[in-house]
Design a protein around this ligand. Structure first.
Ligand code: ZN
Length: 230
């Protein structure tokens, strides 16, 4: 009997390890999409929080009953704690996008760990949660980034569709067309809630694209929900 119990525990541990490897968590491998039978997709927003655009995007998501994932920069979290708090309270997922977003490619493992830790502490102090997802700035995945992600037990999340919404020439129609022509079950869509261009087209684009995607049967989930869906 005791022997059977031992085998059962061993099998459970083995299953957990296999599942973790299957979704890429903690092994430093970048996840760009995650196939699933439910037509689940994930909207993601990088570089915020921004004092105007993030709030505008949260309002649109709330109106449509959609949960998204925000990869926030530590410096901006520090500047706008009330927005990060709102994101968390409204059920959106918050990921780590480093503290400064600068020169990440130049940093060694320790430098990346420091950027992640600082941001993690800031988010934790405001929302009492520890982010589990890491999106490296510019989608870089250097050896140092990979090692830091493993050390800090983060899943590295990239994207399937890049809306290029930060470019001055990109219109809301471009964003919608790009998403609608490239979408498939398991897609991770990259948008930005902080852009340095004059007038962000992102809020208008997501206002238009959410109903179109719903009509086609897609379900919006957070990235953690997506990578754990079968
Ligand atoms: Zn970024």
């Amino acid at each position: 009997m005791r022997h059977n119990k031992f085998i059962y525990v061993l099998l459970c541990i083995l299953c957990c390890i296999l599942f973790t490897v299957a979704v890429g968590a903690g092994n430093g491998e970048a996840i760009k999409s995650h196939d699933n039978q439910y037509k689940n997709i994930a909207l993601t927003f990088d570089d915020g929080p921004h004092p105007i655009y993030t709030e505008r995007i949260i309002d649109i998501l709330a109106r449509h009953g959609v949960k998204a994932t925000f990869f926030s920069i530590g410096e901006n979290v520090n500047r706008h704690p009330e927005i990060i708090k709102r994101l968390s309270e409204e059920g959106h997922e918050i990921g780590n996008h480093t503290w400064s977003h600068r020169l990440i490619w130049k940093l060694g493992r320790e430098g990346v760990v420091s950027e992640l830790s600082r941001t993690e502490t800031a988010i934790n102090e405001i929302c009492n949660l520890r982010p589990r997802l890491f999106r490296p700035p510019d989608g870089l995945n250097t050896i140092a980034i990979k090692e830091a992600a493993i050390e800090m037990d983060y899943s590295v999340i990239l994207w399937t569709i890049d809306t290029r919404d930060w470019e001055q020439k990109t219109t809301s129609k471009d964003i919608v067309d790009n998403i609608m022509s490239n979408i498939h079950a398991g897609s991770i869509i990259l948008c930005h809630d902080f852009v340095s261009r004059r007038d962000s087209q992102t809020p208008e684009a997501i206002e238009k694209v959410i109903p179109l995607l719903k009509e086609k049967g897609y379900n919006f989930v957070t990235v953690s929900e997506l990578i754990h869906s079968s």
